[in-house]
Design a protein around this ligand. Structure first.
Ligand code: ATP
Length: 510
């Protein structure tokens, strides 16, 4: 069912102009995608929701837009040249390459699925009296599964941090087989660096330069510029959205893991010693940002990191229940003063903050929130797409996107292509276009046109008919309920605003 839902989603995304394979007429390029006319709007709206929630709703957060190219030494200092790699393992029979840690994590997931089955079974048995928390805490099967997950966590962490041979041994011990060949004939586990490099010409010859693998470093190297020119006081944040590039060896699952993708990152600079407070704050805030979109909270969970990145002293992922299982959408990391200190060391320049209150200078600590825009796009698409049963054997394809993020906020549909209806519709379009992205269509039967808007997630359709010419009123039809009502043209702007504006969405966070 899930797998089928995912396949439908990929074809729906293509058929309705959301996502196309890159350079498709040349048979595409693995793990690289283009956003179409509807996808680009949805993506822009997600970015805007993020930006406004960060920059507009926090007086102490400002934005920047740093370049993709950076001085190559940045990546030495940040640890990416030496340490930004994934542990890979090849199956000798299928010749397929996998991330060793992901193979183990997928194996652990089986125990989590078993636990969920126990809970579902018990809920059925006990009905309304069911106390899930107590059941999870006392059920012996769940305890055994959790112990197994924990034991694997410990071994995996040890292997990843100390000795990759231990990761291979763990894969063998668990009897993990290649999903393609079914064999357990594995190579050793080796590290592969994920950064792309290219050449930059200079007067003294060519030099190697990298495509940034994360946007965060553009923020760190501008920390002092922003702090000084913006006269920022701790705690304060710098936000940025932009492209990042990673040579993902195992690219899969559509736009989940791409070689070129977009990140939305915010680095929050704090006084050392207060970072855990802010870490807890941002952990909660970020989950709220997700659930504020109306997604079922049960589809989200936190996942504490087993293996901490080289810069972090605490890290958690926000995971979403995709059609292929729970996977990371966003990371919240307490990065300590690692990055700024590294840049101090490699440049010889001080990147400190003078604290007026305590009369001392120090390097701030950083709590980071980092979300993939493309993954968030996939969250929304997989949550929104449904085949709704309308009874009597009828169904409709519906994209139940949050109204404020939909590609079009409304569609303007003259019932017929004559009798002055298109002229009136065009006038309404002209007025509403100043506030909203409006879709205009006069071809085909109205029912068909409604269905097409349902499939791209347009929350409101406005139909202009012959009565409209007489009484200056139109029919509005809601995507989710299919309810229709008659309203005055003069009321349209306020009705649509109430229903679809970003402001209404942001109120849930303010
Ligand atoms: P993963 O473990 O899935 O590779 P990560 O832990 O390496 O992700 P981070 O470095 O924390 O990811 O990056 C922050 C966010 O950027 C992730 O939560 C994810 O949403 C997004 N992201 C990372 N890599 C990719 C990718 N290859 N394609 C799309 N989005 C990505």
């Amino acid at each position: 069912m899930s797998e089928e839902h995912f396949k439908n989603l990929i074809s729906h995304a293509k058929e309705y102009g959301f996502v196309f394979p890159s350079s498709e007429i040349y048979d595409g390029l693995a793990a690289v995608y283009d956003y179409g006319q509807n996808g680009v709007e949805l993506k822009k709206n997600i970015r805007e929701y993020w930006w406004k929630s960060m920059v507009q709703l926090h007086e102490n957060i400002v934005g920047i837009d740093a370049s993709i190219f950076m001085a190559p030494k940045v990546w030495k200092a940040s640890g990416h040249i030496d340490g930004f790699s994934d542990p890979m393992i090849d199956n000798k029979d299928s010749k397929k390459r996998y991330r060793a840690d992901v193979l183990v994590e997928d194996y652990q997931e089986k125990y989590r699925v078993k636990n969920q089955k126990e809970v579902d079974k018990a809920r059925k048995r006990f009905g309304d009296d069911f106390d899930e928390t107590q059941f999870v805490a006392t059920n012996p099967n769940i305890a055994r599964n959790n112990a197994k997950i924990e034991e694997i966590d410990v071994k995996l962490k040890d292997g990843l941090e100390n000795d990759l041979d231990k990761v291979k041994a763990l894969i063998e011990e668990l009897g993990i087989a290649c999903p393609v060949s079914g064999s357990k004939n594995w190579t050793d586990v080796r590290q592969f660096n994920l950064m792309y490099s290219t050449q930059m010409s200079a007067t003294d010859g060519e030099s190697q330069i990298y495509l940034r693998p994360e946007t965060a470093q553009g923020i760190f190297v501008n920390y002092l510029n922003v702090q000084k020119t913006g006269r920022m006081k701790l705690p304060f944040g710098i936000a940025q959205t932009g492209k990042a590039f990673r040579n993902e060896i195992v690219a899969r699952q559509f736009i989940m893991r791409m070689k070129e993708f977009e990140q939305m990152e915010m680095q929050f600079f704090v006084k050392p010693g207060t970072e855990m407070e802010w870490y807890a704050y941002w952990k909660e805030q970020r989950l709220k940002w997700h659930t504020n979109l109306g997604t079922n909270p049960a589809k989200y969970r936190y996942h504490d990191h087993v293996k901490m990145a080289h810069y972090a002293n605490a890290a958690v992922d926000i995971e979403y229940d995709f059609p292929f299982g729970f996977k990371e959408v966003e990371g919240i990391h307490s990065r300590t003063d690692f990055d700024l200190k590294q840049h101090e060391e490699h440049t010889g320049k001080k990147l400190q903050y003078f604290d007026n209150e305590s009369n001392e200078s120090y390097v701030p600590y950083v709590v980071e929130t980092s979300i993939g825009l493309d993954r968030m796009f996939l969250v929304l698409m997989s949550n929104a797409l449904e085949e709704e049963d309308l009874g009597e054997g009828k169904t409709r394809t519906l994209l139940r996107l949050p109204a404020a993020l939909a590609p079009y906020q409304c569609a303007i549909l003259p019932l017929m292509k004559k009798d002055g209806l298109p002229e009136m519709a065009r006038k309404i379009m002209k007025d509403l276009s100043l506030d909203f992205n409006c879709f205009y269509e006069e071809k085909d039967a109205i029912g068909k046109r409604y269905r097409r808007q349902d499939a791209i997630g347009t929350p409101i359709c406005i139909t202009i008919d012959h009565d409209s010419l007489e009484d200056e009123s139109v029919t509005i039809r809601y995507r989710d309920s299919m309810e229709q009502k008659r309203v005055k043209v003069s009321e349209l702007e306020s009705i649509i605003t109430q229903e679809v504006s970003m402001k209404e969405l942001l109120k849930g966070l303010a």
